[in-house]
Design a protein around this ligand. Sequence first.
Ligand SMILES: Nc1ncnc2c1ncn2[C@@H]1O[C@H](COP(=O)(O)OP(=O)(O)OP(=O)(O)O)[C@@H](O)[C@H]1O
Length: 338
Amino acid sequence: MHPEGPAVSDAPLLRIEGLTKHFHLPGGRVVHAVEDVNLAIDRGHIVGLVGESGSGKTTVGRTLLRLTEPTAGRMIFDGTDVFALSARDMRVWRRRLQIIFQDPYSSLDPRLTIAAIIDEALDTRGLPKGRARRDRIAELLELVGLAADHATRYPHQFSGGQRQRIGIARALAVEPDFIVADEPVSALDVSVQAQVLNLLEDLRRRLNLTMLFISHDLSVVEYACDEIVVMYLGRIMEKGPSRALRADPLHPYTKALLASAPQPDPTRVRTHVPLAGDIPSPISPPSGCVFRTRCPIAIAACATRIPPTRDLGGGRSVACLRVGEGADHPPFEMEAHA
Ligand SMILES: Nc1ncnc2c1ncn2[C@@H]1O[C@H](COP(=O)(O)OP(=O)(O)OP(=O)(O)O)[C@@H](O)[C@H]1O
């Protein structure tokens, strides 16, 4: 689908700088959904965005596709600042950026056959109707592990996993450069989750796809992604290659997330304490470090300073005043929270 094959350029396909999204509510209240997010994604890579519900993951994904407009920031995609494009130019660009949803069923028109659903997407590619289209639809269905003769059926005739495959086929129909997969397996049974994750991995290799993979489940992200970005209350806490981050989490929030993730190996001892309490409201996020109100190692300075993101080399970075000063291991120093 991408005849040029793997990219030769070393530059990231996409770079997000200072992405911020505020939602303005009636009465003058402001939801700080995303604050100053910086991120780069290399071509052919899958980056996982993980965090609890309400941390701003979906808002990042939707903003990148300009399904919602950013409050501030830049997104440089293949050399173009996508946030600066006019609505008209964006219409042309939109094809290059696609989204796969958690529940494909609600986005598949129940009155249309699978062929008609994919055909609609192919309209934007200008492929003439007739034989070439039918062949392309069959090719896409086979690419996602379905049979060509599934084309004549309706969405309700498929299982959840098969419907997600149809959603993926529809996204691929326009030959996108970048896909946001928003909780693509969360609605599926665990056994089916693995099949869909394998499919995404297979497609990434075959088509050199670049993807932002959003999930609240660190074990899913770890499996599917080259790199993991951990978000909390609109901000990035930690970033790093999947394996390194899993083996040696640095930020206290990442440690807590790992502690609450399902543990597949019962002989592995839990070394981190799960999180207590709820995520604060993004309408009035804590001052300084937004995680400090739930952090076991917070000190007074965490209430007054937004921790800068420190580059630790090897693709790792962390935003915490205390990590690296020897305080990130027990015994924890607890202080009263402002
Ligand atoms: N259109 C909107 N208007 C007002 N607030 C919004 C809007 N969309 C999202 N938010 C708020 O922004 C914050 C971040 O939401 P977002 O959906 O991005 O988080 P998330 O990490 O994807 O969580 P979830 O997994 O529950 O979707 C939440 O507090 C949410 O209520």
